[in-house]
Write a protein that binds this ligand. Structure first.
Ligand SMILES: [Ca+2]
Ligand SMILES: [Ca+2]
Ligand SMILES: [Zn+2]
Length: 612
């Protein structure tokens, strides 16, 4: 195809020059190559002309013409500067490709270019095409700062003429643009044919995702009805060369996958764990494979994201590793684009979240993510506090006795934890509605179960979670050995919490232990309801992700984990060995394979069936 033949012909030209003993730099090679081409053939190769690989393949009426390396393919693009109206004409060429209904030109204007028009004209007298205007495309500031695709229609008459493959084909670009010393760039004039991309997973054990240009898409999960089905995923891809990375994560038990990708009916990738290419481990990424893709044509738009005050960008509930202001190129389609803004000063956390539903078309658009109000609370989880007056542990059978001051302190600190940590950590998207249940007289722990009593059988249909408060002191106020040193979360709906962890600070101080256990509820919820991977070791994965030296408290880790902003790379999965401490040395924030954490679960609340 065009892309490949261009590279080959260019490489051959460069090699012949080196044989001739020319010790030129790469910049000089281009000029020399043009001389060779100009003397040896009257018709310049269409790869050279249409690929803008040679400055001499195009002539200009005015302005400054430079060959630059900021191109979209073939290594070079043509840059034109210092003109306000100019006509850029190609050397006569022959174009052997079968015509399509439109022709695309890749174009890049300096950021902020406020107006302009680009007209494409084709001229080939041998087939009766005389100065045929194919179309005019307008430029505005939204459509600047990155490459954009200008599309010109080819009518039936011109299509027939071009189909005769004339040897005297000349293209002219008539440019009306603000005079710029930075210049405008042109590359890859080509027939535009939107591609159809499909994927299929025959096996997914457990989460098989395709990350396209840094945005995660689920192909299939264990047991999903998508297994074995071809899915049209054309809308995941933007124009040009896409970065596509297959990632498979294994929750438990065996882990494997089988994946195929097809472009326009041709299989371009067929991958599986065969041959031991999967990491045979649980609770981590077991495969990460970059899939090299050919150039494809797809509708897309430059999308400039701005905000009043910067913030972290989310696409469809997933952090994408970027902050505003940012310029993205997104495939056409509908997106929920979010922005998280926060003050992360310890003890004074704040957080708010903005979101816009954006219909991405073609060309360019600017979206101010803070133009509306921050989102109100999205989910309120119903929490019951169950104080247990007399608690008999399985271990010692001694009775731990809870006092009213213990209950009061816990209730106050639950509220401080809610308002000062959980709410800002979720960017204000989640809240708790807390009910203090009548104090239970006595609970005896049986097989670790604390709510086995029949009277509690319906409690989880009324509350999303129960925080059970138990004492660690006997009736005389003496600490019972071996109790009160730990809290635990189970089943995504129960936290067992010791009074000792409430009595260690004032009533208005959040409880770090409760933040931890609450995040366990959210991650358990996320795993079971949302079928999502939330990172190596989940909430306990701080060290595995390089956060081994958090100063003073784990709050900074909890903020990242709760907001889905923990950077994970495949190397962390290979480095981490369960039960050992050869953890990843430092956090990773660039070239991240997956941003993990429990943002979605916090946003939508515990057990969505109850909280909506
Ligand atoms: Ca090029
Ligand atoms: Ca598995
Ligand atoms: Zn834990």
């Amino acid at each position: 195809m065009f892309f490949r033949s261009l590279t080959q012909s260019f490489a051959l030209a460069a090699a012949s020059l080196i044989l001739g003993g020319c010790a030129a730099s790469s910049a000089e090679l281009d000029a020399s190559q043009e001389d060779v081409g100009a003397t040896s053939q009257a018709v310049t190769s269409s790869d050279t002309v249409l690929g803008f690989e040679s400055a001499s393949a195009w002539t200009i009426t005015t302005g400054t013409k430079t060959l630059v390396t900021d191109g979209v393919d073939g290594g070079k693009a043509l840059q034109l500067a210092n003109f306000s109206y100019a006509e850029l004409s190609s050397a006569p060429t022959t174009w052997s490709e079968t015509p399509a209904d439109s022709i695309a030109l890749e174009f890049k204007a300096p950021a902020g270019t406020s107006y302009g028009t680009i007209q494409l004209v084709a001229h080939a007298p041998s087939v009766g095409m005389y100065e045929q205007t194919l179309g005019v495309v307008s430029i505005n500031a939204d459509r600047t700062g990155d490459w954009t695709t200008l599309i010109f229609p080819v009518n039936a008459v011109n299509k027939t003429a071009l189909g005769k493959k004339p040897a005297d084909l000349v293209f002219r670009l008539r440019l009306t643009l603000p005079s710029s010393s930075a210049g405008y760039k042109f590359d890859r004039l080509h027939y535009y044919r939107p591609a159809n991309v499909q994927v299929r997973a025959n096996q997914a054990d457990d989460y098989l995702n395709l990350h396209v240009n840094g945005i995660r898409h689920s192909v299939a999960t264990w047991g999903s009805s998508k297994l074995g089905q071809w899915q049209d995923v054309s809308s995941w891809f933007r124009h040009g060369i896409n970065s596509a990375r297959l990632q498979v994560e294994n929750g438990g038990g065996p882990g494997t996958y089988e994946f195929e990708m097809m472009i326009d009916g041709v299989i371009v990738s067929s991958l599986s764990c065969a041959g031991g290419t999967c990491l045979d481990k649980e609770d981590r990424m077991i495969a990460r494979v970059d899939i090299p893709l050919p150039w494809i044509d797809r509708p897309e738009s430059i999308v400039k994201l701005t905000s009043n005050g910067n913030g972290k960008i989310y696409v469809n509930d997933e952090y994408i590793g970027l902050s505003t202001p940012a310029t993205l190129r997104l495939p056409s389609g509908n997106y929920r684009i979010g922005l998280g803004q926060s003050n992360d000063t310890p003890g004074a956390y704040t957080g708010k979240f903005f979101e816009r539903t954006v219909n991405v078309g073609t060309g360019g658009q600017t979206v101010n993510l803070t133009s509306g109000s921050a989102l109100p609370t999205q989910s309120v989880s119903k929490i019951a506090i169950l104080p247990v007056k007399n608690f008999e542990t399985e271990k010692t059978h001694e009775i731990a006795v809870l006092t009213q001051p213990m209950i009061d302190r816990f209730v106050a600190r639950v509220d401080a934890t809610r308002s000062k940590v959980i709410k800002p950590l979720s960017y204000g998207l989640t809240d708790w509605q807390v009910t203090v249940l009548p104090t239970e007289t006595q609970i005896t722990e049986v097989d670790g179960q604390v709510l086995a009593n029949a009277k509690y059988s319906a409690i989880f249909s009324q509350y999303n979670a129960v925080f059970m408060l138990v004492s660690a002191h006997n009736v005389d106020g003496v600490r019972i050995a071996g109790t009160g040193d730990g809290a635990w979360a189970s089943g995504g709906n129960l936290i067992h919490y010791p009074e000792t962890w409430a009595m260690d600070a004032a009533a208005d101080v959040p409880m770090e232990g409760l933040v931890h256990e609450s995040l366990h509820l959210y991650e358990q919820d996320k795993q079971s309801l949302m079928q999502r991977y939330y990172g190596i070791q989940g909430l306990h994965g701080a060290e595995e992700h390089g956060y081994g030296t958090v100063n003073g408290s784990w709050y900074s880790w909890y903020l990242l984990f709760g907001r889905g902003q923990v950077g994970e790379i495949f190397d962390m999965s290979t480095a981490w060995v369960s039960g050992e401490s050869n953890f990843y040395p430092a956090p990773v924030n660039s070239n991240v394979d997956a941003w993990v954490g429990t943002f979605e679960s916090l946003r939508y609340g515990l057990d969505s069936s109850l909280s909506q």
